[in-house]
Design a protein around this ligand. Sequence first.
Ligand code: ZN
Length: 430
Amino acid sequence: VERAVCAAIAGKREQLVELLQTLVGFDTVTHTPGAPPRREAALQTFLADRLRRAGARVEVAVPAADLVAGHPMIPAGFDFAGRPQLVARFGRPGRGRTLLLNGHVDTVDPDPVAEWRHDPFAGDVADDAVHGRGACDMKGGVASMVMAAETLAGAGVELGGELIVNTVTEEESTGAGGLVSARTLTADAAIVPEPTRLGVGIACRGSLLATVTIPGRAGHAAIPDALEPFGTVNAIEKVELVLAAIRRLRARWRHRPGHPHLSPPDCVPTEIHGGEWIVSRPASCRLSCHIQFLPDQADERGWGSLVQREFTEAILETTAADAWLAAHPPTVEWTLAGVPPADVETGHPIVTTAVSALQAIGRPGTIAGFDNWHDGATLTVEGGIPAICLGPGDVGLAHTTREHVPIADLVDAAQAIAVTAMRFCGTAGG
Ligand SMILES: [Zn+2]
C-alpha cells in the first residue's frame, strides 16, 4: 500500500507543481498592524474546496479575537478579520493515533522586488525548481502535505486515526494562527513541513526582542564639556559599552553546553536610533537586539524570562564600570514575551516514524534542528502536541529574493508525509 501511494504521488508531479504555483499566485503577505488582509481568505477557500472534493470534513473560519487575546505573543487589539484558518479532517478518531499536518500560508513581503529574477507571484519553473515568494517558506510544504492527504484519500487508505490538514495565517507576524491550532485541536503529534531539506527537525530556538535605551546628557556639539559633575554625555559613544557587554554575553553563550541539533544561543544587534539634532550631543540612543535561546535556557513554563534576566544583568554589570552609566543605568524593554523554544524527544514515535518513512522512500532521514522559531513550537509548548518539521526546500532561501524549492523535494516530502501518516496512525487491518 505504501508503494502504491508513493507511486501515485510520483505520478502527480505535474499536479503538485501546479498546486504550488496556484498557492504562490495568491498574495498572502503577512499581517502588519493596521494593514488590510491580502488574499488569505481566497487561498483558504481554494484549499477548502480541494480538500472537500477529496472527502475531508472542512471548516474555514475567522477565529474570535478573544481566543488568543492576552497571550504573551499577541499584541493588544489584535484580530483575525479577513484572515480565516482552515481545518480539514480525514477519517475518524479511532484506535490509531491522530496526526496533525500544520502549515502557514502567509509569507513575508517580496521586497526588494527589483532583485528577483522571477516574478515573486508567478511560480515560474526553472532548473527543476518552483520559484517565488513562499515557494519554500512554506507554500511548497503546504502543497506537499495537501497532496499527501489527497492521495491517501484517493487511494482509499483507511487510517486508524484522524489525519488533520490545518493551514493558518500569521506565522510570519504574531504566531496567532498557530496559537488557535494549539488551543483548539488535539492530536498525538504534528508535522509542520517547513523547509528542512527532508530532514526531521526536532527542535527550534526561542527568541526575544530587546530594546536598550542608553541615556546621555544633551549639549552643543561645538562646546567642550562644561556641566559638572559629568558635563555633557554622548549617548551614542556610550553604546560602545553596551555592545561590549553583548559581545561578552555572546562569547559566553557560544561556549556553554549547547544542543546537539541547534546553533548556540545568540544576540544580534538589529536596529540603532540615537541623537536628536546634528549639532547636539545626543541625549539618548536606543539599540534593539534579536536574541535566540535554547530549550534548556527556558523557564519552567517554557518561555524566556531567565534569558531576559541574564541579558539585563550582563548589560548592567558592564555599564556599571562607567561612572555616568552607573549613576544613570540603561533600561531594557521587551517586545511582548518573544516566542518559546521547543524540543521533541528523539525517541518519540513521531520522530522514529518519520525517520523510518524517509528511509523507506530513499532519503537518509537525518535528525536536525531548525534554528528559527515556527508554529510547531507553539503546538509543542502551548498545545501539548509534539511537532516536528519535515518539508521540502532549504530554509537558507527563506525570505530571500532567490526563494525556490526543488520539485524533487516536493514529491519526496509528499511521499514522506503520506508514509509517516500511514505508519503513525496505522491503517485499517494493518
Ligand atoms: Zn515558515
